[in-house]
Write a protein that binds this ligand. Structure first.
Ligand SMILES: NC(=O)c1ccc[n+]([C@@H]2O[C@H](COP(=O)([O-])OP(=O)(O)OC[C@H]3O[C@@H](n4cnc5c(N)ncnc54)[C@H](O)[C@@H]3O)[C@@H](O)[C@H]2O)c1
Length: 331
């Protein structure tokens, strides 16, 4: 019997809790939003973020990190990327040397431009640390629809332990050691999804979306290789796989937010309208600054950043992208 403490009762933390509970594990969920936890406890459902998915009896709602992590085997961080640092800081006193640590958030920290595992290094033993990512909407995982993800760790044993923890006939898990590639694929595709949404909102067609996805992947790979990722990782689940799912799905908040912007709503209102975390809005800023810092050309990220800040209209962004100087496709 394993006990898992889930830190962050949003849609993804809850969906993963149901996968783990479905395997018979003992799952405890904690969140900083106490009122949200109270509603979950009363209805035995995450009505705010994952409505329609009943919580199994072996999922316990807890009101502190201490209660969630007491004697736990695994801690799973599912707070949004920009809150990972504070979540890690608050949980650290209750994390023992024996626990495995999973992070499922996707993003790059604003200001520091750190990947989340670089933040984790400040707090944890990285031989116990595993990243879980891939094409996986909470809404589908919560309904037991077939899903595949990858888990990445510098320590293959830790990755395999987390693979075993999650694997079911509906949730298939691969392992990899490319933490950098997995983290960058998951974080940066959200920016491209904003762009795909904007294109949809402006009434463009499949050609524009395919172009954004493909050229988006090209710039993600360019930054990834510069930062030490393996090129092939971007052809895998956490690269191309996640890019496809995010750019084409109605479940993607980043795409939905882009859609509203493309239809003419200002970016701040679009985020409010979506109502849940739109990671791409923050990652766009961090990635834009990081790309400049390391000297990597990222034209799509560049325009999305300026559009999300309200400094560039969606139509001027398209004009800028289409009017760039001639290039070789693999340059
Ligand atoms: N939703 C998905 O389908 C999905 C899939 C894969 C990955 N992700 C990633 O998972 C992360 C979480 O996304 P989500 O969709 O569950 O977000 P969400 O908006 O549904 O919920 C986030 C939850 O985190 C809580 N939270 C914020 N700060 C916290 C802290 N310091 N400690 C504990 N809880 C805290 C909030 O109160 C909220 O309940 C994001 O990085 C997202 O990119 C989401």
């Amino acid at each position: 019997m394993k006990t898992i403490g889930v830190i962050g009762a949003g849609s993804w933390g809850t969906a993963l809790a149901t996968v783990l509970a479905g395997k018979g594990w003992n799952v405890r969920i904690y969140d900083v939003d106490e009122q949200h936890l109270r509603r979950m406890e009363a209805s035995r459902e995450n009505t705010d973020y994952l409505p329609g998915v009943a919580l199994e009896d072996n999922i316990t709602i807890t009101y502190s990190n201490e209660e969630a992590l007491k004697d736990a085997d695994v801690v799973l961080f599912s707070a949004p990327a920009q809150h990972f640092r504070s979540a890690a800081e608050a949980a650290r006193p209750f994390i023992t040397d024996e626990m495995l640590i999973i992070n499922v958030a996707k993003g790059i920290e604003r200001g520091t431009h750190k990947r989340l595992s670089q933040i984790a290094e400040e707090f944890f033993d990285m031989n116990r640390y595993v990243v879980l990512s891939g094409p996986s909407h909470a809404e589908e995982v919560g309904r037991r629809m077939p899903t595949t993800v990858s888990v990445a760790s510098r320590n293959q044993e830790a990755a395999e332990a987390i693979q075993d923890l999650f694997m079911t006939d509906r949730f298939r898990v691969y392992t990899t050691e490319d933490v950098i590639g997995v983290e960058l694929g998951g974080a940066l595709k959200n920016i491209i999804a904003l762009g795909a949404g904007i294109a949809d909102g402006m009434g463009f067609g499949d050609n524009a979306k395919a172009a954004l996805m493909t050229r988006g992947l090209a710039e993600i790979m360019r930054l990834g290789e510069k930062l030490g990722a393996h090129r092939e990782t971007f052809a895998g689940l956490t690269g191309t796989g996640d890019l496809i799912v995010t750019c084409t799905s109605m479940h993607s908040r980043n795409r939905r937010c882009g859609l509203l912007i493309g239809e003419g709503m200002n970016p701040e209102d679009a985020v409010k309208e979506v109502g849940m975390v739109v990671e791409g809005m923050y990652t766009a800023e961090a990635a834009y600054e990081l790309a400049r810092e390391v000297g990597v050309e990222m034209p799509i990220t560049n325009v999305i950043y300026h559009v999300t800040r309200g400094e560039l209209s969606a139509s001027d962004a398209i004009e800028q992208l289409m009017g760039r100087e001639k290039k070789h496709e693999r340059a």
